[in-house]
Write a protein of this length. Sequence first.
Length: 122
Amino acid sequence: MSRIFHITGRADWAAAQAAGQYTAPSLRSEGFIHLSTVEQVIAVANSFYMGQVDLVLLSVDTGKITAPLKWEPPIGLPPPGGATDQQLFPHLYGPLNLPAVVAVINFPPGEHGRFELPEELR
């Protein structure tokens, strides 16, 4: 099983469960949902979510995804501390079907609002 990850708020995940699928604001504004590999997720979290609380990390089985998944360069500036403009990120071009989410991991920030890889992913 190949896994990729998506950071979202706990309330947004609850809304997705009620709706039967997950859509992120970026799906409407950019046409896709941003995802990350396990190696990319901390740089993304510390670049775009630093200090935010009540987040979860969705662990997604790529073999169960029903929408098109493309590996592309980052849109805009890449997150500092690990990503380069040569690095490819997974982008999901449609809603995320809930059966593809194989784990929901609590994702609180640590000291000084920075994130670290959750124990179960190390």
